[in-house]
Design a protein around this ligand. Structure first.
Ligand SMILES: [Ca+2]
Length: 262
């Protein structure tokens, strides 16, 4: 093998590493890191102002990265403003369930239930469903056969869950702890997330009991390695170590812009 060929291989390898690692901060629709220690506002760390408001017994607690939001399964949730519809999206979070096994338990549900509305939750059969009203089928493919069952064996532990969806490509992928759990053709509607609730549904009786941390919503269907990087490192550390300097700069500008606009 010539030296020239080896150099080309090395350059090619570096390019792949770079392209795999890129997460564009501009693709963040909402980033609820739940790192507050007091107050009733869950700040959106993106540039979009999608701050959440704590309702009822919602409170701050120790989380996976810094603090988390703790919900009591009865009268606690976080409301979010109008978000979407998004043609493509990735929604991910760390969750820790402490009760209500065998009951509806919401992660993030758009208020009401009408065409395009996202309902993202555990079902009474303890299977996870990402549903978009009027998609065909309504629930994401593969959910009945998933190995992940939210029964008593998963209580009091942190797990990571991500759903990447493209209405343009009509594809969905579901990841538990960064491992592909289900995928398939699914569509065709964009997904509307708000006005809605983290940890509840406006229809009642579906409150989350436990914790959420690093709830991140993007307007792109992220690749598996991006999801894993965000899962392992958290959003802020992931963007801080981005090899392309402009991305780090953009993230800094976003946070600076927020400070100046308030
Ligand atoms: Ca946090």
């Amino acid at each position: 093998m010539t030296r020239f060929t080896i150099s080309l291989i090395i350059v090619g390898f570096m390019f792949v590493q770079l392209s795999n690692a890129e997460i564009d901060p501009q693709s963040i629709v909402g980033a609820w890191l739940f790192d507050e220690t007091n107050g009733k506002v869950a700040q959106d760390s993106s540039d979009n102002g999608n701050d959440g408001n704590l309702v009822g017994g919602a409170k701050w607690a120790k989380g996976k990265f810094g603090n988390a939001i703790e919900l009591n399964g009865k009268d606690a949730w976080v409301t979010v403003p109008e978000i979407g519809p998004l043609e493509d999206f990735t929604l991910m979070k760390w969750f820790n369930s402490t009760g209500r096994v065998g009951l509806w338990r919401c992660f993030f549900n758009r208020d009401g239930w009408a065409p395009g509305f996202v309902h993202y939750q555990f079902r009474p059969d303890n299977k996870m469903e990402m549903a978009i009203h009027s998609n065909n089928p309504v629930r994401h493919p593969g959910w009945p056969d998933s190995d992940f069952t939210a029964d008593k064996d998963i209580l009091d532990e942190w797990f990571h869950l991500a759903v990447a969806y493209s209405s343009n490509d009509e594809e969905v992928r579901v990841y538990f702890d960064g491992e592909l759990d289900a995928e398939g053709k699914w569509g065709p509607l964009p997904g509307a997330f708000g006005p809605g609730r983290i940890g509840s549904w406006s229809g009642g009786g579906r409150e989350w009991e436990g914790l959420f941390d690093e709830m991140l919503l993007f307007d792109v269907a992220l690749a598996e390695d991006d999801i894993q990087m965000l899962m392992d490192n958290g959003l802020e550390a992931t963007l801080a170590v981005e090899p392309a300097g402009k991305l780090t700069t953009n993230w800094g500008e976003i946070k600076l812009g927020r400070t100046q606009s308030r």
